[in-house]
Design a binder for this molecule. Structure first.
Ligand code: FES
Length: 98
């Protein structure tokens, strides 16, 4: 039970902050289409990296994490830019509904 207005709004603000912190940002509503060499990569899962679509550590404190993927040979990839794909780090077409 909320006892006063300040407590009520304090609760709402806290809940909004928690929701914002766990929501990944949409950097673009289309995939990043890249030709990459074989190797290990870290896809940005929070959308806050300045090195899109790869992690630069900006997820720190958000509760969100990057996702590692490995290419065994050089190839073209379609990495999700909307952060809503069900097959991350790869685009699954979900961005078309945003
Ligand atoms: S860019 Fe996210 S599903 Fe296509």
């Amino acid at each position: 039970m909320v006892k006063d207005v300040d407590s009520f709004y304090g609760i709402i603000t806290k809940k909004q902050n928690e929701a914002n912190m766990s929501e990944p940002e949409i950097t673009q509503k289309k995939p990043y289409v890249l030709e990459l060499e074989a190797g290990d990569y870290w896809w940005c899962g929070c959308g806050r990296s300045k090195s899109q679509p790869f992690c630069d550590g900006s997820h720190s404190g958000t509760g969100l994490t990057p996702q590692k993927f490995t290419l065994t040979e050089k190839g073209k990839v379609w990495l999700c830019g909307c952060r809503r794909s069900g097959k991350s780090p790869h685009c699954d077409g979900t961005h078309k509904a945003l």
